[in-house]
Write a protein that binds this ligand. Structure first.
Ligand code: GBH
Length: 483
């Protein structure tokens, strides 16, 4: 097999605003739900906050420099809603906040790096949360108004947009466990109400781009779904696994990419049955009206998704409590998720490494929804502590790139990009600064927040240059570079 990646395939890396920027109240930025959570003692490991983080609000030139050093073709970053609109609403506008992203975009373009922009990577303005956040149907308007302002600022220069990062984290993980912001545990209703509104909000942002901006500024819009691949722990559970896949990814994809739109039919049916058994008079998963179904359908110009891991699924044994972890459906389906037997692990035991899952996921997507350009918008390996020689991380990327190449060559899937999570170490949500994902290490003790390449950064630079799996890029060590 030819080991070369096609020219249409691009290599990039990602970050998210709260995880790197700091400047949490700089220049009038408004408060969002992760500010509020991290400022509440006991919620985040070591009571870490994103108040300063990697200080990219001041050090963004360093981020552009390291991206350019590695030869990245694109850089995916996100915009902090209340940095531009302090209340979330258009009544207040921060010129300084808007200028920050404008400068960053210009800085990237000057280095020949394409900006890929996420509109929402979890920083809901607190005012909106206090009015129900994603459970209030008006969020569709709020999000649309915000999206319009962002497009009007940057669509002349930004050509690739992602509306929502990981709707399933926002709706399912957040409300099921109650640990991620807004730290409300309401697993029975909130995830499903949120599901409907978040799909409509995504669609609103897509339609606004389509109707008001596309004719002036070309561009393409998608979202970044969080797809954990799910295998049956025995072939006899394939039907259960299929339902779990519908729950995990289908719920956020079928409304957009399927021929008829709407929720995945088998999942919708299962939810109705479950809801009635629980004493409801209708499904907890709110249905789309015909009009809404049409409105959401077709709202992706390519398909973006984050891939980190694979899990196995089996029915719960009598008396066994179904895990309510990644997939809210483990309760509805009365099933248990397990780690794959031959996986290996980074620092996060919840993310078993299983590169084959990435290819299987893409094959499933193609079988379900047909041909669409696919972009892996995140993929990353976790480690602990300061350590530059991270051979395991390079190996992790190499193995995932191998699966992608197989998909391109053997499954005939159009994969247009791979995005490393993350460009630099950052605030890893509930894990604070304890867990690292960066190609570049950030010294969080240093007021300058110095960025230093790990071996994996050298690996990636080498990979981007060779654009082939047939290379010696895995032999990169940081010590060699520093001499
Ligand atoms: C991504 O989500 C996020 O988009 C990104 O911001 C984040 O930094 C990255 O993951 C790494 O976490 O505590 O072991 O059960 C991927 C989905 C869901 C993965 C929550 C981590 C908790 C893992 N994430 N999950 S664990």
């Amino acid at each position: 097999m030819d080991q070369k990646f096609p020219d249409s395939f691009k290599f990039g890396a990602a970050t998210a605003s709260y995880q790197i920027e700091g400047g949490w109240n700089a220049d009038g930025k408004g408060e969002h739900i992760w500010d509020r959570l991290s400022h509440t003692p006991g919620k985040i490991r070591d009571n870490a906050t994103g108040d300063i983080a990697a200080n990219s609000y001041e050090k963004w030139r360093e981020d552009v420099r390291v991206a350019s050093e590695m030869g990245l073709q694109f850089y995916r970053f996100s915009i902090s809603w209340p940095r531009i609109l302090p209340t979330g609403f258009p009544n207040k506008f921060s010129k300084a906040g808007a200028k920050y992203y404008s400068d960053l975009i210009d800085g990237l373009l000057a280095e020949g790096i394409e900006p890929v922009v996420t509109l929402f990577h979890w920083e809901l303005p607190v005012k909106m949360q206090d009015m129900g956040g994603w459970t209030n149907p008006l969020i569709v308007d709020w999000f649309g108004n915000y999206a319009r302002i962002v497009y009007s600022l940057y669509a002349d220069r930004v050509k690739t947009w992602l509306t929502i990062n990981e709707a399933n984290v926002v709706c399912d993980i957040a409300y099921n466990i109650g640990a991620y912001a807004p730290a409300i545990k309401e697993p029975d209703y909130a995830p499903y109400i949120c599901n409907k509104h978040i799909m409509l909000a995504h669609a609103r942002a897509y339609r606004i781009f389509d109707q008001e901006f596309r004719h002036k500024h070309s561009g393409r819009v998608s979202l970044a779904n969080n797809l954990m691949w799910i295998e049956p722990s025995s072939p006899k559970y394939e039907k259960l696994a299929e339902l779990a896949r519908e729950n995990m990814g289908g719920r956020y994809t079928h409304p957009i990419l399927s021929k008829n739109g709407g929720w995945p039919p088998a999942y919708e049916k299962a939810m109705l049955k479950y809801s009635l058994e629980q004493g409801e008079t209708e499904s907890r998963l709110p249905h789309f009206t015909k009009e809404e179904q049409e409105y959401v359908k077709g709202t992706a110009d390519f398909y973006g998704f984050n891939y980190y891991t694979t899990n196995m699924i089996r029915p719960a044994k009598p008396g066994e409590h179904p895990g309510q972890w990644f997939v809210s459906g483990t309760t509805e389906l009365n099933a248990v998720l397990e780690q794959p037997p031959n996986a290996y692990y980074g620092a996060l035991k919840g993310l078993p490494v299983y590169p084959e899952g990435l290819r299987k996921q893409m094959v499933w997507l193609k079988e379900q929804y047909g041909d669409i350009d696919m972009m892996i918008t995140e993929c990353g390996y976790s480690s602990i502590g300061y350590q530059l020689d991270d051979y395991e991380r390079s190996d992790f990327f190499h193995e995932h790139l191998e699966q992608i190449l197989l998909s391109i060559k053997l499954d005939n899937i159009s994969v247009i990009g791979f995005t490393v999570w993350s460009l630099i170490d950052n605030f890893e949500w509930l894990n604070g600064y304890y867990i690292k994902f960066g190609l570049y290490e950030v010294d969080f003790e240093d007021p300058e927040r110095k960025r230093t390449p790990r071996a994996s950064a050298l690996y990636y630079e080498c990979m981007i240059k060779s654009r082939s799996l047939n290379n010696s890029c895995l032999d990169q060590f940081v010590v060699a570079k520093q001499q």
